[in-house]
Design a protein around this ligand. Structure first.
Ligand code: ATP
Length: 437
């Protein structure tokens, strides 16, 4: 006798099988008097359990047809050819095991077509993820991470992990989460910034990390959470910020092409097609962007953040020009963190953002590798160099020119799949109102 879960995509159950055990959740039960049908669902799909009343032992018929939806069971039975089912087979049960009965009513439906509020979905995430469309997002996300690692390995980057409990922040004090570290003030890391830069002095040359970043974001937007996964990279011996941009472009291109090819099943379930952006990705300067938004009636001035509205306007214009994805360079140094290199003789910086479909997905740039200039930038930003002792040490004994980036994985997946909310791309999102589940 065969014993397995049913796997539709590899055609595990075939007409040649005679007796099988299948395991899954009771998705649906239809009792038509003389015959009943139970739809059993597992990770891959569904199979029909057909119960002609006359051919099934009465006690078995009774128990199976009384099951509550979403109960977890195993059914053993005979495989029969069927022209009525998608699999081409059905199972006539001979026995079953109830692993766990589902309570009634369900907190939300799994197959119903009704739209459920985001909060209900997230409050009942275990149930929401039983939906094939919800689950498929995480198939795409897993593949995205795999493809990022592949792209980085091809370019000689090594995967690293840096501390998430840290003594100082790199991205500004407002979004730091404090932690009591045995009586000392510590913080949750906002990014691996300081550590990945220190590794440039260590000669690791090309590193990347896919790990959590924490930001105490008080605003409730559809693209900010307080804990996100950042794909960070840093590379040494660069000549200019464009060297870094070229690596990101390659990585994003590899991810999108890979998803289109290897993520077909998931994309089909979600009902999404991926369009591969043309290369090279266009490059706009910050000042060109200001002109674009000013021309559309948004009165931003030099030094202002482009903001949600500005990013959206630029996204629409670029989409009309046939470009979903583009770099924005030369931000005013004032708008960028202390570690970014200034463009000498101007108030600009060697920084860039990468925007995709009208939203920022990445920031990066060339870093200030010269010790005294770096200390000068800290002071300019009102930071005390004393708080950055071990970071600064790495700059005192031969730091190569370097640059890097941070890309929000959650936001990348959100934009690839055109999800309305970044939370849909996170299993258990954390935000200002959400700490459970
Ligand atoms: P934004 O302007 O969108 O708030 P930021 O400029 O604060 O982003 P960076 O510090 O440049 O973000 O971080 C790099 C990338 O990390 C962003 O482009 C984004 O993809 C991701 N990211 C940053 N903050 C968040 C957040 N709170 N939630 C989800 N992703 C984030």
């Amino acid at each position: 006798m065969l014993h397995m879960t049913f796997v539709r995509d590899s055609g595990n159950i075939s007409r040649e099988d005679t007796n099988v055990t299948v395991k899954g959740w009771v998705q649906d039960l239809r009792n038509l008097g003389g015959i009943s049908f139970l739809t059993l669902r597992d990770r891959h799909g569904t199979i029909q359990i057909t119960m002609p009343k006359k051919k099934i032992e009465p006690a078995l018929f009774e128990s199976l047809t009384r099951l509550s939806r979403e109960s977890a069971i195993a059914v053993t039975g005979e495989v029969k050819e069927s022209s009525q089912t998608a699999l081409g087979v059905e199972i006539i049960p001979t026995s079953f095991e109830l692993y766990s009965e589902a309570a009634v009513p369900l907190p939300m439906g799994v197959v119903d077509k009704v739209n459920v509020e985001m909060d209900t979905r997230l409050n009942n995430r275990f149930m929401d993820l039983r939906k094939q469309e919800s689950k498929a997002v995480f198939g795409i996300r897993s593949l995205t991470v795999e493809l990022i690692s592949e792209a980085m390995a091809k370019k000689g980057f090594i995967s690293i992990n840096t501390p998430k409990i840290v003594a100082s922040g790199a991205e500004g004090g407002a979004t730091l989460f404090g932690v009591d570290y045995f009586g000392k003030q510590a913080y949750l890391a906002q990014s691996p910034q300081l550590y990945k830069q220190m590794l440039m002095s260590a000669g690791l040359d090309r590193v990347f990390e896919i790990g959590p970043a924490f930001r105490a974001e008080h605003s409730n937007t559809n693209r900010h959470v307080t804990e996100f996964i950042s794909f960070d990279g840093e590379m040494a011996w660069i000549d200019r910020a464009e060297d870094v941009m070229a690596v990101i472009e390659d990585a994003i291109d590899h991810v999108l092409r890979g998803l289109k090819e290897r993520g077909k099943n998931f994309l089909e379930i979600i009902g999404k097609e991926i369009t591969i952006p043309k290369r090279p990705y266009p490059v706009l300067t910050y000042s060109e962007c200001l002109t674009m938004v000013n021309n559309c009636g948004l009165p931003l001035k030099h030094g202002d953040d482009l903001g949600t509205e500005g990013e959206k306007i630029i996204g629409d214009i670029m989409a009309e020009r046939g470009s979903d994805i583009y770099f924005i360079t030369e931000y005013p140094e004032e708008a960028k963190p202390f570690y970014i290199m200034e463009k000498e003789g101007t108030d600009l910086s060697f920084s860039f953002d990468l925007d995709y479909k009208g939203q920022e997905i990445s920031s990066g740039g060339q870093r200030e590798h010269r010790y005294s200039e770096l200390v000068g930038r800290m002071e300019k930003k009102g930071l005390d160099p004393e708080d950055f002792g071990s970071y600064l040490d790495a700059f005192r004994y031969g730091m190569p020119p370097h640059g890097g980036w941070g890309i929000g994985v959650d936001r990348l997946v959100m934009k690839i799949l055109d999800l309305q909310n970044v939370r849909e791309a996170i299993l258990f999102p954390r935000d200002v109102n959400r700490l459970t589940p």
